[in-house]
Design a protein around this ligand. Structure first.
Ligand code: GDP
Length: 420
């Protein structure tokens, strides 16, 4: 990897519209697939008597990785353009995709929305765009994919572009911040080179558009926040909490506090990729060891921060939510499970304070009796067990959450304020 700036890129869109194929194509075209993988395939292909089909092999390899269920944190795929090193922040098709997108496990700077030209806007297209908007994804590149299946027709392309523009207007995503490109991920049209089949299109190809994305916001100077994913006991070391540094720096010798478990101690060692390191930065996945903190003192869902500026624990919090798919209506007293960073805690919607008009952002109704699909609202929430959460204006990485019930994500939101 170079010294280029880093971008976390989400590839979103309805199932089967071609997200994995597009990731494979991007890796392939940017030379990000290891040489030995391509070599190995060439040999295999020659043995079988069919040459020159590297791309298919890349796809098989990616599919295998997905099937092995490699966890979200290590499934990251990377490629570079002139301006940026990109990390694809999720394996497309992963069943926790939506949850991870919301809870920050796959915090993305910008996104590519894949919409199949022969299928148009579908439920997950809507859901993902809704989330991208709520969670503040900067720019959207809309790849109208599978153009080969509609004979590269301009009118089919325009029809899908119109559908997507309508959707963006509905969720108040500024269409100015969206670019549309006719693609075939499978055939490679307009991904790394201009397609011969779309002479009616004179805009940027995908790699250009990616290269021209605005630079991500510089990292905040927020204090250390490290949500704990797991707690292990390792012989010779002792208790080792592991997690990803979201903000701030973790140094050996620091005095840290785990909330809401409310224990603290001095950091003895920090390990990354099985090597001891003196410090860890945002984005680093680490295991560490804290003097005097045992396995039963802390748990998944705790957040580690400086002892003198510990993560806040919410008695109640106010949040803005967007309801995506609830079979009926949400009223006061509703108690689903909130997923915030690595925590999962049942929380009660104590009051629905106001409904927001999604097309103007203005207050549509004070204290509505209920909210339902498509509604945006400000609510006051009371966790049923201690929960560490932060206003998203202060620490965006710890200020967003998903609301899950009946096995699906029914809403997503951002924390506005916390009453400790
Ligand atoms: P995902 O569920 O969004 O990740 O979709 P996949 O990448 O798995 O693609 C679903 C199916 O569509 C696969 O059979 C792909 O080969 C096919 N596909 C993806 N992109 C294209 C394309 O540009 N053209 C055609 N003809 N098929 C495609």
């Amino acid at each position: 990897m170079s010294d280029e700036q880093h971008q976390n890129l989400a590839i979103i869109g309805h199932v089967d519209h071609g997200k994995s194929t597009l990731v494979g194509r991007l890796l392939y075209e940017t030379g990000s697939v290891p040489e030995h993988v391509i070599e190995q395939h060439k040999e295999e292909a020659e043995e079988k008597g069919k040459g020159g089909f590297e791309f298919a092999y890349v796809m098989d390899n990616l599919a295998e990785e997905r099937e092995r269920g490699v966890t979200i944190d290590i499934a990251h795929q990377e490629f570079s353009t002139d301006a940026y090193d990109f990390t694809i922040v999720d394996c497309p098709g992963h069943r926790d995709f939506v949850k991870n997108m919301i809870t920050g496990a796959s915090q993305a700077d910008n996104a590519v929305l894949v919409v199949a030209a022969d299928d148009g806007v579908q439920p997950q297209t809507q859901e993902h765009v809704f989330l991208a908007r709520t969670l503040g994804i900067g720019e959207l590149i809309v790849g109208v994919n599978k153009m080969d299946l509609v004979d590269y027709g301009e009118s089919e392309y325009k029809q899908v572009v119109e559908e997507v523009k309508d959707l963006l207007t509905q969720v108040r995503f500024d269409s100015e911040n969206a670019k549309f490109i006719p693609l075939s991920a499978f055939e490679g049209d307009n991904v790394a080179s201009e397609s011969e089949h779309t002479d009616w299109y004179d805009g940027e190809i995908l790699l250009e558009a990616l290269n021209n994305l605005p630079a991500p916001e510089p990292p905040t100077d927020a204090p250390l926040r490290l949500p704990i994913q797991d707690v292990y006991t390792i012989s010779g070391i002792g208790t080792v909490p592991v997690g990803r540094v979201e903000t701030g720096i973790l140094n050996t010798g620091d005095n840290v506090s785990f909330q809401p478990s409310d224990v603290s101690g001095e950091v003895k060692t920090v390990e990354m990729h099985h090597e001891e390191v003196p410090k860890a930065e945002p984005g680093d996945n680490v295991g560490f060891n804290v003097r005097g903190v045992g396995k039963d003192d802390i748990r998944r869902g705790d957040v580690c921060g400086p002892a003198d500026d510990p993560p806040s624990v919410a008695e109640t919090f106010q949040a803005q939510i967007v309801v995506m798919q609830h079979p009926s209506v949400i009223t006061e007293g509703y108690t689903p499970v909130f997923h915030a960073h690595t925590a999962q805690v049942a929380c009660t919607v104590e009051s629905i304070d106001k409904k927001i008009d999604p097309s103007s952002g203005e207050v549509a109704e004070e204290n509505p009796d209920f909210i339902q699909n498509g509604d945006a609202a400000v609510v006051t929430v009371r966790p049923q067990k201690p929960l560490s959460i932060e206003p998203s204006s202060e620490i965006p990485e710890l200020g967003s959450f998903a609301i899950r019930d009946m096995g699906q994500t029914i809403a997503a939101g951002k924390v506005l304020s916390v009453n400790e």
